[in-house]
Design a protein around this ligand. Structure first.
Ligand code: GAL
Length: 364
C-alpha cells in the first residue's frame, strides 16, 4: 500500500519535474554569465525529508519565509521519507536553475549523484540538521550538537533515577532513530556514553537485552514501528515487572512507546525521554506521560541556514563555530551548531510559551 502510494507520488513528481524543466527552458543564456554575487533574485531549493513529522513542516516553512524575505525564490519539496524521491527532487531543483540547495537528507549516504551535479554546476549545498556523508560537494553544515542531545537525555535519566547513589536495579529500554540518518547514531552514542557504565555495573538492566544500535534503531523514526517493538517487549519482558525508564532518541519514537504503554502495560509508569518538543509530546509532558524533552529552536536553525545561503551566494564566508567535528568521510564540513535546552514539566512554560514558540492554546 505504502509502495503504491509512493509510486503515485513519484508519477506526480515526474509531472512536476517536467513542468519545472519547461519553465527552465525559457531562461536566457546571459543568466550563466553572472558575476560572483549570485544572490540577486536567485532560486534556492529546500529539500526536507517528510511532512509526517511536525518539525520538518516548521523547518521548511521557516526557511522558505526567511529566504523569501531576503529576496530569493524558493522551491520547497518534501520527499515522503523516500530516498529516490529526494534524489529526483534535487535533480529537478538543479535542472530548474537553483543556485543553492538546503538539504535535510533522508539518508546521509545516498545523495552522491545529484550532489556531484551540484558541484559541477557550482551550486552551493548547505547540509541542514543532518550531515550529508561521503561527498565533497557540501559547503557548510548547520545543526544542533547532536551528541549533546543524547548526552542530555542520558544525564536526565541518570540524575532523576539517582544512579550514583541508588542501587536499583532499574529496568530500562532503548529506542534509537533511523540508521540512514547520521544524527541517529550521534544521539545514541551521547546517551549510551552516560548510561552504559550503569548497565555494566548492573544498576540499569535492559530486560529485552536489546542494547546494540542496530537492535534498537527505528526505521524512518516511525511512531508505529516504535509502538509495535515496545508492545512486543512489554509482552515478553514486562508482564510482571516494572519498567523504570525508556531512553527514546526523539519524540516520534517516544510517542510510539507512550502509545504502547497506554495500550499494553500495567506496571509503574516509566521515565521517558524525547527530543523536538512536538505538540503531542509536550501535551504528554504536561500529563506526566513523558518526563523530558529536548527543545531545538527550529527558528534559530532556519535563520542560520538562510545566513549561510546568503553568504555563499554573495561569495562570502558565513559564521561557523565548529571546524573539526563533522568529518563526512570526504571532508570536514565547517559547521554552525545551535544550542539545545532540556525541557521538563517545570520549565516548558518559560521555554516554549514565553519564547513565543507555541501559544498556550496549541497545547490544550
Ligand atoms: C533527526 C532530527 C530530529 C528528529 C529526527 C526525526 O535527524 O535531528 O530532530 O526530528 O530526525 O525526523
Amino acid at each position: 500500500m505504502k509502495n503504491r502510494f509512493k509510486k503515485i507520488a513519484a508519477l506526480g513528481l515526474v509531472a512536476v519535474m517536467t513542468l519545472g524543466l519547461v519553465g527552465c527552458g525559457s531562461k536566457s543564456s546571459s543568466d550563466s554569465d553572472k558575476d560572483k554575487d549570485k544572490s540577486d533574485k536567485a532560486k534556492v531549493g529546500v529539500s526536507m525529508p517528510t511532512k509526517d513529522l511536525q518539525r520538518w513542516n516548521q523547518d521548511g516553512s521557516n526557511i522558505k519565509k526567511q529566504l523569501e524575505k531576503a529576496g530569493y525564490t524558493v522551491d520547497l519539496q518534501y520527499a515522503n521519507n523516500d530516498v529516490n524521491t529526494q534524489v529526483s527532487q534535487l535533480e529537478n531543483m538543479l535542472s530548474s536553475g537553483c543556485k543553492a540547495l538546503v538539504i535535510a537528507a533522508i539518508d546521509g549516504e545516498s545523495l552522491g549523484t545529484p550532489l556531484a551535479t551540484a558541484k559541477e554546476q557550482d551550486v552551493k549545498v548547505i547540509a541542514y540538521d543532518r550531515l550529508i556523508r561521503n561527498t565533497d560537494a557540501v559547503s557548510y553544515y548547520t545543526s544542533f550538537d547532536n551528541y549533546k542531545v543524547g548526552q542530555a537525555q542520558g544525564t536526565y535519566l541518570k540524575d532523576t533515577l539517582k544512579l550514583d547513589t541508588e542501587k536499583g536495579p532499574f529496568n530500562i529500554e532503548l529506542f534509537a532513530g533511523d540508521p540512514g540518518d547520521n544524527n541517529a547514531q550521534l544521539f545514541f552514542n551521547g546517551a549510551m556514553d552516560v548510561l552504559q557504565p550503569y548497565i555494566d555495573k548492573g544498576v540499569l538492566v535492559v530486560q529485552s537485552k536489546q542494547t546494540k544500535f542496530a537492535q534498537v534503531a527505528t526505521a524512518d523514526w516511525n511512531t508505529e514501528k516504535a509502538q509495535s517493538r515496545m508492545e512486543a517487549i512489554i509482552s515478553s519482558d514486562y508482564a510482571d515487572k516494572d519498567l523504570d525508564a525508556v531512553m527514546c532518541s526523539n519524540d516520534s519514537t517516544a510517542l510510539g512507546v507512550e502509545n504502547a504503554l497506554a495500550s499494553a502495560y500495567k506496571g509503574k509508569y516509566p521515565l521517558i525521554t524525547g527530543q523536538d518538543c512536538d505538540i503531542a509530546n509536550v501535551k504528554n509532558l504536561v500529563k506526566d506521560k513523558q518526563a523530558m524533552d529536548i527543545f531545538k529552536d527550529t527558528r534559530v536553525l532556519a535563520d542560520q541556514a538562510v545566513k549561510m545561503v546568503n553568504a555563499v551566494l554573495k561569495g562570502e564566508e558565513p559564521e561557523v563555530n565548529d571546524t573539526k567535528t563533522y568529518n563526512n568521510g570526504k571532508m570536514v564540513v565547517p559547521s554552525y551548531l545551535c544550542d539545545i535546552v532540556t525541557v521538563s514539566k517545570d520549565n516548558y512554560q518559560k521555554v516554549l510559551i514565553d519564547s513565543g514558540y507555541y501559544k498556550e492554546a496549541d497545547l490544550k
